[in-house]
Write a protein that binds this ligand. Structure first.
Ligand SMILES: Cc1cc2nc3c(=O)[nH]c(=O)nc-3n(C[C@H](O)[C@H](O)[C@H](O)COP(=O)(O)O)c2cc1C
Length: 156
């Protein structure tokens, strides 16, 4: 059985979870396994992510550029334990709203910066969705996932 790609979700009002459903469908349509996991459900994140593999972080932004409440423990655990994540390949879907120009998509951006500082390698560009823009996040995420999957195939 091929490796499972896990989509880690941090959300306040459910948009990121809906986006993750679309991403999971695209992954499975490509013949790979996908699972969606809310961040607070990931046990021992430093250990789990330290094992490597391919992961997608799908996070919205709240407060003044904060990660959603259900992602705070995971963020804090990685930030304090500082595991070696050099075996991890990841993608980031960041949800935000340009009404907050100074903290636009900071939730996803913060996860991206943290993972990268721990040696993880991002695959492809970060997707940033603006709730004020014309596009539905799931439409952008579907196209982004197809590109990401092509790149995933190239990265050892
Ligand atoms: C109280 C509140 C604060 C927010 N703060 C930010 C912010 O600082 N930066 C940003 O880009 N978006 C911010 N947003 C926008 C959300 O991240 C955006 O609407 C997102 O699509 C919500 O996704 P979710 O339903 O998965 O939580 C905020 C939204 C609310 C309601």
């Amino acid at each position: 059985m091929s490796e499972t790609i896990t989509i880690l979700v941090a959300t306040m009002s459910g948009t990121a979870e809906m986006v993750a459903e679309t991403v999971a469908e695209r992954i499975e349509e490509a013949g790979l396994n996908a699972r969606i996991l809310r961040m607070e459900k990931l046990k021992e994140p430093a250990v789990a992510l330290g094992k490597g593999g391919r992961w997608i972080v799908c996070s919205s932004t709240y407060g003044t550029g904060d990660v959603p409440d259900n992602g705070k423990d995971l963020y804090a655990a990685l930030d304090s334990e500082r595991p070696d994540l050099s075996a991890l390949r990841y993608g980031v879907i960041a949800l935000g709203d340009s009404v907050y120009p100074n903290t636009f998509c900071f939730g996803g951006k913060k996860f991206d910066a943290l993972l990268s500082s721990l040696g993880a390698v991002r695959i492809g560009e970060r997707l940033e969705h603006d709730a004020r823009g014309p596009d539905y996040p799931e439409d952008l995420a579907a196209a982004w996932t197809d590109t990401w999957l092509e790149l995933v195939g190239d990265v050892a």
